[in-house]
Design a protein around this ligand. Structure first.
Ligand code: GLC
Length: 648
């Protein structure tokens, strides 16, 4: 470990030994400041590794190189972000997640679509995985066979650079993924491991017999029990069992080997130097394994993420980290860092619990389970933020804790069963047309696939040509989006939802996709349909313009920035969720009726935690309200919501 007093000596030694001829003084200052923490974290993990010191040096050299390769433009951008402070908490950022090929046809075509996104109000893009990934064994790009080469399907690295330049000119932020937990079995490291190279076999978890795999299996849950049961796959080529937590073609990387960390750090900084503003760290919960545990959320995961965060702060300080940890609520919170590392781990995590609970409310018309879960969600530290969303490329997992369901007086098994039946359309009165994903007959668990529109009933309503049901499903879509846009965090819309794309069943005919029904909600955009968003009265136009309006309202209200400024009103009425956001003298209330009933709230809902307001402006309808006495009411139509700014 590098002692504080020898920090300068160590840095000097690295510069000499590795003939580092030039470096940025600001970088050196950051390195001096953080090196002792970096070394502490590193040695916490690797203190017993035979090559620990040599690898540590290599890691530090990686930081020097990466910073030297960082363009002046990006360094300037880093400085601007540092001046703004927590730039990513702003209410002015609204994101969209999209597959470049399915959205526009390829990287070269993307720049011509940016105006459409700007018109909607989107100024942050999550481009789904772009790096090389074998066709038919790609897991939507999450099985990477080359972390530096853009897959031919999308274009070239030059095309990506061109797009980024265009995006930066238009002030559009960029998010890309780093798939940290595994590589494709076709990655060079895996191919070498298959060929018997012991150095690369140590990059993965490989065993000659089932002795250790069996011990792991005792406690490891299955991620894709239907399409990829178990956590190990037999490799004929090298006659070994390989750990494959996700699909059998995704080989888990072994972070007990510090060389793996070094290599992946290099890839992370390569992405940083492309101009990534937020790096989505895919599936971080899984990166450390230990027999006798579920191999998820282990303490070493957090040590590694903190180490990555520190290295990023030194080499590319403008890049924020999103930890894609879709795990139990009390575990999600830990990804923001704990103890002395509070707010020093991931800057973002997905508010997957709130997302799933919005779907819970929509199916039940009741807010009580969602309210019971808030205690954990509100623990998010200041300076960090949620990604808020209604849909993404993945399924919806009902991963909230049983005790929150019980706290609402419901029986967890039956409650989840109802939700699964409701969204898969099995429940008789359900308008939803989703499918169960990864059903596990052993546990009775399943997740849910389907687009926002289809889960909200639009697909069915169009099919039976029922204008009232179409209207109702649009209300639900906008209610869900409004909640995600105003609850606090960086909202990321999912492409196609802005015009109400319904499920795409063509994946069923494609053998590379048919085993994974998440493809039903990964549409190929038809730009003729998008054109309909300009034509008044069409479904596309109604959804697009309302989504656009929500975004415009969000951007106008600084009180919506994620300043850890959310307070829930006590439920007066189990159908309606009400929260307050406040900043200095500014106050805002979001009030959402999740039920199909007309209902009301007494005006007390707006006085409970603050000085009684006199007048409220609903930004959604444009209507102003005098706040009445506590025995008078604010009325709600089915699925109606209010976005209320306190005027005085
Ligand atoms: C993440 C991705 C998901 C993928 C998995 C394995 O959860 O969002 O799509 O299947 O990681 O990489």
């Amino acid at each position: 470990m590098v002692k504080d007093h020898s920090l300068s000596d160590f840095i000097f030694h690295i510069i000499e030994k590795h003939q580092i001829r030039s470096y940025d003084p600001a970088f050196l200052e950051r390195l001096r400041e953080k090196l002792s923490t970096i070394s502490q974290l590193y040695y916490q993990i690797y203190s017993t590794h035979p090559h620990k010191d040599e690898m540590f040096e290599k890691l530090v050299v990686t930081l020097f190189r990466a910073n030297n390769e960082r363009s002046n433009g990006l360094k300037k951008r880093d400085e601007q972000k540092a001046k703004k402070g927590h730039w990513f908490l702003s209410n002015e950022i609204v994101g969209m997640s999209l597959y470049v090929d399915r959205f526009s046809g390829g990287l070269k075509k993307m720049p011509s679509k940016l105006n459409y996104l700007s018109k909607l109000g989107v100024n942050f893009l999550h481009l789904m995985p772009l790096f090389q990934s074998p066709e038919g064994e790609s897991d939507g790009g999450y099985a990477v066979s080359d972390f530096r080469k853009i897959d031919e399907r999308f274009g070239t690295i030059e095309d990506l650079k061109g797009l980024i330049e265009n995006m930066q000119k238009k002030d559009i932020y960029l998010m890309l993924d780093i798939v940290l937990n595994h590589t494709s079995h076709r990655h060079e490291w895996a191919e070498k491991a298959k060929a018997g190279d012991a150095y690369y076999q140590d990059f993965y978890y490989m065993y000659e017999n089932r002795w250790i795999p069996n011990q792991y299996e005792e406690h490891m849950p299955e991620i894709f029990p239907e399409s990829s049961p178990g956590n190990f796959t037999w490799s004929e080529a090298c006659q070994k069992w390989v750990m494959t937590v996700f699909h059998e073609y995704q080989w888990d990387l072994n972070y007990m080997n510090p060389m793996v960390l070094r290599e992946m750090m290099d890839n992370i900084l390569f992405y940083a130097n492309l101009g990534v503003d937020v790096l989505r760290v895919d599936a971080p919960a899984f990166i450390w394994k230990q027999t006798g545990t579920t191999c998820q959320n282990l303490p070493q995961v957090h040590t590694l993420l903190r180490l990555i965060k520190q290295c990023v702060m030194v080499a590319s300080p403008g890049m924020a980290l999103l930890g894609e940890a879709i795990v139990a609520p009390k575990e999600i919170i830990k990804y923001f860092g704990t103890g002395e590392f509070t707010a020093q781990e991931c800057d973002f995590a997905y508010n997957a619990v709130q997302m799933a609970l919005q779907w819970d409310m929509l199916a039940t018309g009741e807010t009580d389970v969602m309210m019971a879960a808030q205690h954990e969600i509100l623990k998010k530290p200041f300076g960090t933020s949620w990604i808020t969303y209604t849909r993404c490329h993945d399924d919806i997992g009902l991963g909230y804790e049983n005790h929150t369901i019980k706290a609402a007086g419901k029986e967890p098994y039956k409650h989840r069963k109802y939700l699964m039946d409701y969204y898969s359309g099995k429940y008789p009165e359900s308008p939803a047309m989703g499918k169960l994903f990864s059903s596990n007959p052993k546990t009775g668990d399943a997740r849910i696939s389907g687009t926002l529109a289809s889960l909200c009933g639009l697909e069915k309503a169009i099919k039976v040509n029922n204008p009232d049901h179409i209207e109702e499903s649009i209300h639900k879509i906008i209610l869900m989006q409004a909640n995600s846009l105003f609850i606090g965090g960086l909202p990321i819309l999912y492409y196609g939802d802005e015009v109400g794309y319904t499920n795409d069943y063509s994946y069923e005919e494609d053998p590379g996709k048919s085993y994974d029904n998440r493809w039903m909600h990964r549409p190929i955009i038809d730009w003729k349909k998008i054109k309909l968003s300009d034509k008044t009265g069409t479904i596309e136009n109604r959804i697009f313009t309302q989504t656009q309006k929500l975004i415009q309202i969000r951007k106008k209200l600084p009180v919506i920035a994620d300043l850890k400024n959310l307070t829930w009103s006590s439920p007066q009425n189990k159908h309606v969720a009400v929260f307050m956001r406040d900043k200095g003298d500014e106050r805002f209330f979001g009030a959402f009726n999740y039920s199909k009933f007309q209902t009301h709230l007494t005006w007390f809902a707006f006085k409970e935690h603050t000085l009684a307001p006199k007048r409220l402006l609903d930004h959604w309808s444009g209507q102003e309200f005098e706040v009445g006495p506590d025995n008078e009411f604010l009325e709600f139509q089915p699925y109606q919501f209010y976005l209320l700014e306190v005027l005085e």
